[in-house]
Write a protein that binds this ligand. Sequence first.
Ligand code: IVH
Length: 681
Amino acid sequence: MSTPAQVRARVEWLRREIERHNRLYYVLDAPEIPDVEFDSLFRELQALEAAHPALTSPDSPTQRVGAPVQGGLAPVAHAVPMLSLNNALSEQEVAAFDRRVREALGVDVVEYAAEPKFDGLAVSLTYERGRLAVGATRGDGYAGEDVTANLRTLPSVPLVLAAMQGAPALLEVRGEVIMLKRDFASLNAQQRSRGEKEFVNPRNAAAGALRQLDPRITAGRRLRFLAYGIARFEGTGMPAERHSRQMEWLESLHLPASPRRQVVRGLDGLLAYYAQTGTARASLPYEIDGVVYKVDDLAQQRRLGYVSRAPRFAVAHKFPAEEAVTEVLDIGVQVGRTGALTPVARLRPVFVGGVTVTNATLHNEDEVRRKDVRVGDTVVVRRAGDVIPEVVRILPEERPAHAREFRMPTHCPVCGSAVRRGEDEAVARCTAGLFCPAQRKQALLHFASRRAMDIEGLGEKLVDQLVQSGRVRSPTDIYRLEAADLAGMDRMGEKSAANLAAAIAASRAPSLARFVYALGIRNVGESTARDLARSFGDIGTLLQADAQRLLQVPDVGPVVARSIAEFFGEPHNRQVVKELLGLGVAPRMEVVAAGATSSPLQGRTFVLTGTLSSMSRDEAKARIEAAGGKVSGSVSKKTDYVVAGADPGSKYDKAVSLSLRILDEAGLLELLQANSPEVKS
Ligand code: IVH
């Protein structure tokens, strides 16, 4: 059995390791291990702490989520007020800022630290002797709310600073709490599926999450922290000359900061940084509403000082608004690939987020009702990055007397067929299937799209012409097109016709997964298509599968199974597949070990100890070997994983003393599953 010293060492190692992986994942965006392995480390630490209560510590990663606070969030006075920044909305205003700074300092050129302006909410984190002591919101700038318990749940917030030579007696860091765009999207998807209210934007969602009385709610919302400055410091070791050096120092303490910081010279440098950040904006994982320029030299900052509530040494250069107000001229309906009818607001053209917007999606009928959008209404529209513009809300006080409610048409506006809406479905659909030209067109575009059959050059304009002229009615017709057909199309030169013909020819050998995805079966996205390809191996077998057999495919539930069975039950669809094969389309099956080089099992050595409940030792060994791993009988420094079942033996203790990775049975199963052969697509 392990000695108390060994257990303590293991616990400490696990804590460091878990926080290191938290940082790799949440701060550096460069995870080193799969989630299952992280979970396994976490569970091991929880188990050891439960078995040895004397070892529990408030700094343990298992203690990030605490109990709900009673009686509301307590007020916290800010020792140094949390001020705001003056805004610059044009190049002229930035030029004026730079001129004022140069004149006040009596210099020709100023060096600035330029940073993104994060669109979240300001917080202050106070570390006492290296330990997170207080976390507070900005409030009115002089007093905020105590949200320490909530901030502790953010994996990007260190509970203990990684101080090299002794922790500072006091460090107060200022920064912004944000929600990543992708976390915002999944939060809203979850709200939708639960029938709960969606959040308007990531900032509101982050603010709501941070001000919860129950830290468990905050923990579930995946907030992040990004530091942008230091408010107070007592101790030694902090750089005192430049803001940019202080930011690097914060990073060395494992306080996260934006990697997009840059030190630039003069007005030209500022404007170049602004342009470059504006271009990158849509592809950043979080929302920013501008950039911030700060005089980099801290002595110069002190000389410039403050005017009323804002520093003279810094300015926020804002991006054009992503929201704008306009009028709904009409509400039309668009017919999609699966026949879904999407209401679309036709808008009085408005400039928002750098482009002129004339249409905005209203998603579906219920959404139109929920937002109560009517023709004639004045609305707030939003365009974030590259996403389709949407109507955020109406301005009720602006509603005219003649405002007209939207009704979903009973017949398809494109082909006139009946429109139906399933009982528990949000979406109304045209029932004509591929007989509807709108659906046919979308189906063809999907079939040819990059992630499906990847026919380059077969875009919207061309498909429009091909469908309208009747030359292409189904995907099979694509493979019957002749060079002469193509050359006859509008704006199609000889060269592009030849390129397109070559692209069509090249698309005849897709992977089975792409082929299945290209068919456009409802509820079958890329990942389900991959699962199906992996599970059936060839199209003939898939065609034959009934719902029962389909349910055996991982991640295929009753709804998806029904969609697939219905699709292949339709003689027309079977005919299309048969004809495609007849025309020389030959989906190929390509089995490769998942990520051959980065597979978590490939070439790794496992040692098994204790009893597994779901399989025998021999079975476990066979499965590990099938996935490319090795199983050894004894533990050494070279062992990669020790799998510990119930009542593990001395191999477990040895693994602990060598600080090896220990997996429980669930961890092994997940690892095996994550590693099952994948269809390359
Ligand atoms: S520096 C004296 N840097 O913008 C204030 N602020 O209007 C110093 N913000 O409340 C603030 N990103 O929450 C600074 N890189 C950044 C920022 C940033 C976002 C927020 C901050 C502040 C507001 C100022």
